[in-house]
Design a protein around this ligand. Structure first.
Ligand code: HEM
Length: 415
């Protein structure tokens, strides 16, 4: 049902990205000029929410219109009106509900006992539903008015028919699904798939650019030489930027937006042991959780420098690790349930990055506002280098947001 929406034609129209990217970056510029850092994670979450809702439901929820958040300890950050804007309430509840769902799955089936007296997700889901219900109501009304039109005039309104044919929500309401709750759950599901994953990738990518100015400079040079300083990127531009694809892939490798996944075995199987260890017997009908996050960092699969952020590994001779075993890189999973939005996501991320790097030439972590890992909790290896706290609900995110300061292009000598 969903697959037809991801045809090349549909995912290579960049108009949707353009207006929301422009809005996000203009607001970012203004906020930085006011002297405050910007929570990139929050900003880009609004960009992906508005883009995803427009693409999937034919109507943008306007989360950018609420404005960007201020740091909590600043004076404007205490403004309750902003905190209680419907899209902000939704974003908070959406994230909180995911954390609690994750907690349920980590406890296992006995979570029901732990919540015997009260359903700990209900309150947040009510907030989410209050936000989603009007979108669904509008869609059902469009469907009803088409039906009425068809009955009275023998033909429906073209624009409304377009909604049914062009958007996923249109199709969902068109099918003989009578239960509104089912359609609503589908909407929530696809929003998680489309919005949080893409926002997570862009957040960790910008975090990496703040830590690797050499990568930022090279990526920006590629953007400026391919697209120039002002032009809007096309589908062909995006395909041409090989270094950009490598930077995105390296971010997806080290910070897989869906870090944990699970499958259930259908029959008994014996897996070969890892690194010479004993074989592993998996009985039928067994839950098999796996960590993409850990697999993407394994030195036996990616080479001795697996811990290091280096986009060139997707270009130079280290590509051999991947070409000889493509299943070591699974940010979108693989097989029949592979992500349907993979190409859409690459397009959206690339589009936003081009616009970002045309607008800004430097990126620094605002360490004075950033929630930092405590010294005792830093661990070893790559973890010891992290300057942010990495958390996971269903998707990977930065605790407390990713606070950055960025220098506008043109205010320095390089653009
Ligand atoms: C970097 C961004 C993204 C990542 C890392 C990602 C990752 C994934 C993963 C790992 C799965 C498989 C889940 C499973 O194992 O069953 C998945 C499924 C899916 N994704 Fe994505 N996704 C991204 C962006 C998107 C976008 C932008 C959309 C929609 C516009 C989308 C739509 C879907 C859908 C519909 C499925 C379900 C496919 C099915 O079950 O057959 N994803 N995604």
């Amino acid at each position: 049902m969903t697959r037809p929406f991801f045809s090349k034609d549909r995912i290579s129209h960049f108009d949707i990205f353009q207006k929301h990217a422009e809005d996000s970056l203009n607001q970012t510029k203004v906020r930085l000029q006011e002297g405050y850092p910007v929570d990139f994670q929050d900003m880009v979450g609004r960009f992906t929410l508005d883009s995803a809702t427009e693409f999937l439901f034919g109507k943008c929820v306007g989360s950018l219109s609420a404005g960007l958040i201020y740091p909590k300890n600043s004076l404007p950050g205490q403004n309750e009106e902003h905190a209680n804007h419907p899209s902000n309430l939704f974003a908070r509840a959406f994230s909180e509900a995911q954390s609690r769902s994750m907690l349920r799955s980590s406890i296992g089936t006995i979570w029901r006992l732990a919540e015997f007296w009260s359903d700990r997700i209900r309150k947040d889901m009510e907030v989410c539903h209050r936000f989603i219900d009007p979108i669904l109501k509008d869609a059902l009304e469009v469907k009803r008015s088409i039906k009425e039109n068809e009955q009275s005039t023998g033909q429906g309104c073209t624009e409304e028919k377009g909604f049914l044919e062009d958007t996923l929500l249109g199709h969902l309401t068109h099918r003989p699904v009578t239960d509104r709750a089912v359609i609503r759950d589908e909407i929530v599901n696809i929003l998680i798939a489309a919005r949080d994953t893409t926002a997570s990738t862009l957040t960790f990518l910008v975090y990496m650019l703040s830590q690797h100015p050499d990568v930022l400079m090279r990526l920006r040079a590629e953007v400026l030489s391919t697209v120039g300083s002002f032009r809007r990127p096309t589908y062909d531009d995006v395909r041409e930027m090989k270094y950009m694809r490598a930077v995105i892939n390296e971010t997806l490798r080290l910070y897989a937006p869906v870090p944990l996944n699970v499958r259930t075995s259908t029959e008994a199987v014996v897996w070969p042991g890892v690194n010479g260890g004993p074989p592993i017997y998996i009985p039928p009908n067994t839950l098999v959780p796996f960590s993409v996050f850990l697999m993407h960092r394994r030195k036996d699969l990616w080479g001795p420098d697996a811990d290091i952020f280096d986009p060139d590994r997707f270009i130079d001779e280290r590509l051999k690790y991947l070409t000889s075993n493509p299943f070591i890189f699974l940010p979108f999973n693989a097989g029949p349930r592979i992500c349907l939005g993979q190409q859409f996501a690459y397009n959206e991320i690339s589009f936003f990055l081009v616009r970002l790097l045309q607008t800004f030439s430097s990126i620094a972590l605002a360490e004075d506002f950033q929630t930092r890992p405590s010294k005792s909790a830093t661990g070893t290896g790559r973890n010891a280098q992290e300057k942010v706290i990495i958390k996971n609900h269903l998707t990977l995110y930065v605790e407390g947001g990713l606070w950055v300061r960025m220098g506008e292009a043109g205010s320095s000598n390089d653009a």
